[in-house]
Write a protein of this length. Sequence first.
Length: 424
Amino acid sequence: NGLCNFGKINYLLGRGAYLRQRYSRYPTIDFCRNPGAICSESSNINDSDEVNTKELKYVISLFEWIERIQLYSNSVSKWDYMDQLKLYVDEGFKDSGFIDAVSSVVTRGCDDYYCSTHAIFMMEERRKNFEFLVHNIFGLGSTTQSQPRYDYDHFEKWVQSKRTRIEGTVLVSQNNYVEGLPYFSQSFTFDSFISALRVTARFGVSDGLFFYVGDPVSGERGFRAGVVNLAAFLANAMVESIVYDSCDETYWESSSDGKYPMSNSCGQNSRSYQDETCPAWQSFISCPVNDAMMVEGEVPVMGKPPFFFDDQAPQFQCRAGAEYDVGYWDPSTETYVENEPFPNSSGRTDVEGCCWWGRGVLHTRGVCNFGKLNFHLGVRAANENRPSIYPDIDFCFNPEEICTNRSSMEIRWVVGMFEWINRV
């Protein structure tokens, strides 16, 4: 497929070669003007053409294999097709990594498994077909299959094979304005999830902290434990954030008459996020509470067209003024009533210093948890000459960047995975 490939075919095998007075297998076929000729049922495209074009579907594919696969060589990854082909033969036809890399070149144009977040389409089928052809049809080597190495690569390949199911059942949100109509989450995508999984499970965060997906020593048992660990994580993420399609915490605790206090940003379920400091021996990690700090949460996907057009509850926010009553939201009348004392479950009617509501896929909350993010992943780690994944992000100064950073949508996943590693 693609303009380049059809152009090459025409230039080397078709009308383009003939017009340039070079040998052409198909001189009457212009593959640029008529690419459908490759799949034509007619034995001849032109009455004067005596070449049986039924061979075309094979010739074209063999040509692409010669030109794009056999000649493939990557100076960065040091992977060369012909070198790897010889190595596969020399090692007794047992290295399954060969067909994985070849299939990646065929489907994605690059050999390294991590060169793209897109899965290798039908990888298991390609691998089974290859093994069957080499061993059973062509009779090369042994049919004995080597035991897989249960490392991160094996785990991610397994997750990638479940992409369709995960996108169709896990990464699904509900539009509460249209009777809970399900749709694919816009805030939490599969590609950003995989990117975050690589960061936290393959490379690790901070000093020796990894999202558990098993390890080669634990073998298959460890792999299965890793799958269960991921399932437990996603089960909670689905309830916390994915169903709402919101990176920021949303209003879910209301008064007995169904009104939502705007001071819920200070804490829901009788919690006070700004008072949730780390234990004494970790007190130096907690983010300092700045009463003058002003932050406003991002409008969730369901609060934007085409999902919703009418009035909606204001986003979580914090601002100075302990004497300022922020009021409540009444969903029955879709009105925001300001300047009226309406306490949340912990008695707050203002939002001074209340900047520590939940963010990310697990809606990580509280000054201790945000302090840990900054200490292990953010600018504080970088300033103290320790490894930092996000050296330019100050999670204490701007916790909202977890949700507003568009250059790296993985952050909202990484934050949740880090909390899972550290707290669960």
